[in-house]
Design a protein around this ligand. Structure first.
Ligand code: C2E
Ligand code: MG
Ligand code: MG
Ligand code: MG
Length: 291
């Protein structure tokens, strides 16, 4: 397998051989450039987190925030994770990258609590490859002890694909639950998980994928799928959150059908830390007013 050859070469530090192997297997030079760049980005601290609020649809309150990684490239500017996460997964770079994300997200959340903002959970995206790493649980414990963040303020978002490697993953997810971290299925509805399979995993929450939320306003089935997912999620005792909410009409539909939490451009794009803090500040006042 071409990728395997590439890792072996790299792991033993034979740079010339690595280059040769990549060429031999036709890995594009753009991809190689991206990989080397990403490696450097990690070393040189060119990564940043942006934060997108999760909103209670009835009160407008911020009840959670998702950390989304950005690569701040010295020449190219902000590069979206859509451009580098899958490569990071392929090459294994997702392990150190994901560790960086988790550490920084946890530190940030703790810092916000210390500044006096209303404590809310931080959602962090975790790749299957990270979950399957032997030292994953230990590194999570390490982050919790380094940051002194209570695990109930961490929420891990994983995709349905984790369920394919079921036994080992179920074990790890169980350990995370035991630590007190909540678990969400991201992009729900786009994978291959069956309902019966879902029951075997200690999941707290499903995030309805944006493509279904789009259907509420753009397609003829008028949100029938969303309605089905909300009902199913609640029947299985999951919290349900809608992703990619862009319009008020979607909010109304979601509320009418029992989904009380949403995330999307209608409320806010993912924001750099300073701007997120402004929202958290208003949120604090909002909560004060409600009380
Ligand atoms: P995701 O976890 O499903 O995150 C939601 C994505 O949808 C984010 O894109 C967000 O900016 C975007 N989004 C949110 N609301 C709206 C909306 O109303 N309209 C539209 N058009 N888009 C919206 P982003 O930040 O580019 O991230 C893309 C994906 O990259 C994420 O999807 C996630 O799968 C992955 N990702 C991002 N950060 C990390 C990370 O730290 N670790 C891992 N493993 N994956 C990450
Ligand atoms: Mg996510
Ligand atoms: Mg998603
Ligand atoms: Mg996604």
């Amino acid at each position: 397998h071409a990728d395997t050859a590439m890792y072996l070469a790299k792991d033993s530090g034979k740079n010339n051989y690595q280059f040769y192997t990549n060429q031999l297997h036709g890995l594009s030079s753009r991809k190689m450039e991206l990989e080397n760049g990403l490696r450097k980005a990690l070393e040189q601290n060119q990564l940043a987190l942006h934060y997108q609020p999760q909103i209670h649809l009835e009160t407008g309150e911020i009840i959670g925030v998702e950390a989304l990684v950005r690569w701040i490239h010295p020449e190219k500017g902000i590069i979206s994770p859509a451009e580098f996460i899958s490569l990071a997964e392929e090459t294994g770079l997702i392990v150190p990258l994901g560790k960086w994300v988790l550490e920084n997200a946890a530190f940030q959340n703790k810092a916000w609590q210390e500044k006096g903002y209303s404590p809310i959970p931080m959602s962090v995206n975790i790749s299957v490859r990270q979950l399957q790493e032997d030292r994953f649980i230990d590194s999570v414990k390490q982050v919790l002890s380094d940051t002194q963040l209570s695990p109930k303020f961490l929420d891990f978002e994983i995709t349905e694909s984790v369920m394919q490697n079921s036994e080992k993953t179920a074990l790890i997810l169980g350990q995370l639950k035991e630590l007190g971290i909540t678990l969400a299925i991201d992009d729900f509805g786009t994978g291959y998980s069956s309902l019966s399979l879902l029951k075997h995993f200690p999941i707290d929450k499903i995030k309805i994928d944006k493509s279904f939320v789009d259907d509420i306003i753009h397609h003829s089935n008028q949100g029938a799928m969303v309605k089905t997912i909300i009902d199913m999620g609640h029947n299985l005792q999951f919290d349900v959150i809608a992703e990619g909410v862009e319009e008020q009409e979607q909010v109304s539909f979601l509320l009418k059908n029992g989904c009380k939490v949403g995330q999307g451009y209608h409320f806010s794009r993912p924001l750099p830390v300073k701007e997120m803090e402004e929202l958290l500040h208003k949120n604090m006042r909002h909560v004060d007013i409600l009380q």
